[in-house]
Ligand binder design. Structure first.
Ligand code: HEC
Length: 129
């Protein structure tokens, strides 16, 4: 019994030291980061294609949205309200929202998407990268 315990203890120590090596390894950390960024990009791509691509393009013509995001034209809080409920933003008298409408010939279309913060952030990440 005593022998067995010692074996387990040694295995545990070996495991802990391996884990530590991975945790302090730059290469491993960069790989993890890259993996997460790629995943976030691809999630954003899917959300963009399912919700926005009907009217906005990432390249070619109709790509003003990409430039607005790349140039950080708007704060995230504004973008979230704009995407989730453009109509209520306009009705509440938000000057920027009203200005955007005026600059676009007061088209009747209003953005109203059921997307949460992370879903919106993934779309913005996809457009930026
Ligand atoms: C049915 C067409 C349509 C869809 C779908 C659409 N948009 Fe738009 N979007 C527009 C129009 C038109 C404008 C110009 C402003 C306006 O008239 O409200 C615009 C403008 C914008 C702007 C402001 C850009 C600027 O430079 O001022 C943002 C941000 C935006 N859209 C984000 C999105 C996102 C994100 C999605 C998908 C979740 C989306 N839109 C889906 C039609 C659409």
């Amino acid at each position: 019994m005593k022998k067995l315990n010692l074996k387990y203890l040694m295995l545990l120590m070996l495991f802990m030291s391996c884990k530590k090596e991975i945790e302090n390894n730059d290469f491993y950390e960069n790989l993890e980061k890259e993996k997460k960024e790629k995943l976030f990009f691809n999630i954003g791509k899917v959300y963009f294609e399912n919700n926005c691509k009907g009217c906005h393009r990432k390249s070619g013509t109709d790509n003003f949205l990409v430039y607005a995001i790349k140039d950080d034209k708007y704060e995230f809080d504004f973008l979230r309200s704009f995407i989730q409920n453009q109509d209520s933003l306009i009705k509440s008298g938000n000057e920027l929202a009203i200005k955007i409408k005026e600059e676009n010939d007061n088209r009747p279309y209003r953005h109203k998407f059921e997307l949460n913060d992370n879903e919106i952030k993934s779309i913005l990440y996809y457009l930026k990268n």
